[in-house]
Design a protein around this ligand. Structure first.
Ligand code: SAH
Ligand code: SF4
Ligand code: F3S
Length: 441
């Protein structure tokens, strides 16, 4: 059996695509290997959200190119994901040993691509489409990573064009997948033993906006997934602040399987910066949205993303990001220094770029505030009894520990001698650190 190795970088969307591509390749007779050195086909599924991610993709390719030249001339090398979509044929110029470039729109053309590269051809398939690949998806099994959580994309692409972001260029126009295929994939995953379904999209709350023949939105989808029998959890990420509807909030409160957790990237705490980012809300609006959710959803956690050093950001404006994080008591935030991306609007504002030292110094302060917020957030749960879905069993410094998550996405460490991955337990929270809670059964 020929062996395939896929290195996956970037977000959950890429992880989900990798699981699908493995399913397609297994159908073609390939077997997955975790050892790149043993693979006949090497693929890197890339991310281009920041320059660093893109550089990582090319350095991975560079290493494999060396193997091919010096050790194993017969291996085939492919690049897929967001860098592939963005660079297309240019990849061949930079890395002449690459056999194929596969963008993000047509992963189901993989069987045809594999046929061609095995005939010695080079292939680039980066054409765009404004449709989903739902029809093709029905034909293949998904080779999911064996954890407790199954990712299910519900929308692809993004129409928001935030001025810093490359995603609309690498993932194309926003399109919603059909409810029936999502429900089928959810049922398949639950039958396979998964205990949590995470519905994925760059902007999940806009799910269904593009359906012409029906009025069916995220709240409707959640209701339908919730009605599938069995004990499991439902999550959905990522939420765009102003697209969160009252109906969605009520649905989260009402439905027993939908978890009390919202990921709502704010990006900046300063209204003028938000405007320059082309985000459709200001500081006050975000505060109102977050407060409303906190008032209505008991024990809810809200997490966010922030960018430090956006072009033109002043020290005062940056401080507004710090105070927003603090005043909103955000439970956790992903943080990054601004990285100019090809084709995006903000990348052209070179004269407003913040120097690297200032950017990274701001990022360090942002991370410090984030640590404080996380610890404060965790302290709120000490003494409580919470449901934990166990995800892992490991021996940590000579002690057996099970780890899992609460409904509101807090990580809990519990000393325990048996591997009970996949079980729901009640834990008493006995203490906390910055990034996790300690508990006992
Ligand atoms: N769709 C989501 C985010 C997807 S990208 C949303 O709208 O919030 C994930 C995160 O990467 C973004 O939230 C942003 O914080 C960060 N990001 C995107 N482009 C970036 C850039 N050019 N430089 C630094 N961070 C960036
Ligand atoms: Fe990027 Fe903005 Fe779309 Fe999120 S909403 S993927 S940040 S363009
Ligand atoms: Fe990266 Fe593409 Fe995801 S740019 S963050 S892999 S959508």
């Amino acid at each position: 059996m020929p062996k395939v190795y896929i290195e996956t970088m970037g977000c959950q969307m890429n992880k989900s695509d990798t699981e699908r591509m493995l399913g397609i390749l297994e159908n073609l007779g390939y077997e997955e290997t975790k050892d790149a050195k043993k693979a006949d086909l090497l693929m890197v599924n890339t991310c281009s959200i920041r320059q660093l991610s893109e550089d990582k993709a090319f350095s991975q390719l560079g290493l494999w190119g060396k193997w091919k030249k010096e050790l194993r001339p017969n291996i085939k090398i492919g690049i897929c994901g967001c860098v592939a979509q963005q660079k297309a044929k240019e990849v061949f110029k930079r890395a002449s040993y690459v056999d194929f470039v596969l963008g993000t729109h047509k992963i189901y053309s993989l069987p045809e691509i594999v046929k061609q590269i095995n005939l010695g051809q080079r292939v680039c398939e980066c054409s765009e489409t404004n449709q989903t690949e739902d029809e093709k998806a029905k034909e293949y099994k998904i080779d999911r990573v064996k954890t407790v959580n199954a990712w299910i994309p519900i929308t692809e692409g993004c129409n928001n064009f935030c001025t810093y972001c490359i995603v609309p260029y690498t993932r194309g126009q926003e399109r919603s997948r059909l409810p029936e295929i999502i429900i089928k994939e959810a049922k398949d995953a639950l039958n396979d033993g998964f205990k949590e379904i995470t519905l994925l999209g760059q902007n999940v709350d806009s799910y269904g906006k593009d359906f012409k023949d029906k009025n069916y939105r995220l709240a409707d989808l959640l209701k339908e997934v919730n009605s599938i029998e069995g004990k499991f959890r439902i999550r959905f990420v990522t939420s765009y602040p102003t697209d969160i509807t009252e109906e969605l909030i009520e649905t989260v409160v009402k439905l027993d399987k939908v978890c009390e957790y919202f990921h709502i990237p704010m990006q900046s705490g300063s209204s003028p910066v938000l405007k320059a980012m082309n985000r459709r809300y200001d500081r006050e609006t975000y505060f109102k949205i977050a407060q409303n959710i906190r008032n209505k959803v008991p024990d809810v956690t809200i997490t966010s993303d922030f960018i430090a050093g956006f072009p033109g950001e002043t020290e005062e404006q940056f401080q507004e990001t710090l105070t927003a994080m603090e005043e909103l008591c955000l439970d956790y935030s992903n943080t990054a220094a601004y990285s100019p991306r090809e084709k995006t609007v903000a990348a052209k504002w070179v004269d407003k770029f913040i120097d690297e030292d200032t950017k990274f110094e701001r990022l360090a302060r942002l991370n410090e505030q984030n640590r404080k917020c996380c610890l404060e957030s965790n302290k709120k749960f000490v003494g409580r009894s919470m449901e934990v879905l166990i995800e892992n069993f490991e021996n940590h410094k000579g002690k057996n520990i099970i780890t899992g998550r609460t409904r509101n996405n807090k990580i809990v460490h519990i000393p325990y001698d048996k591997d009970i991955t996949g079980e729901f337990i009640m834990a008493k929270i006995t203490g906390c650190k910055t990034w996790y809670l300690n508990g006992e059964i």
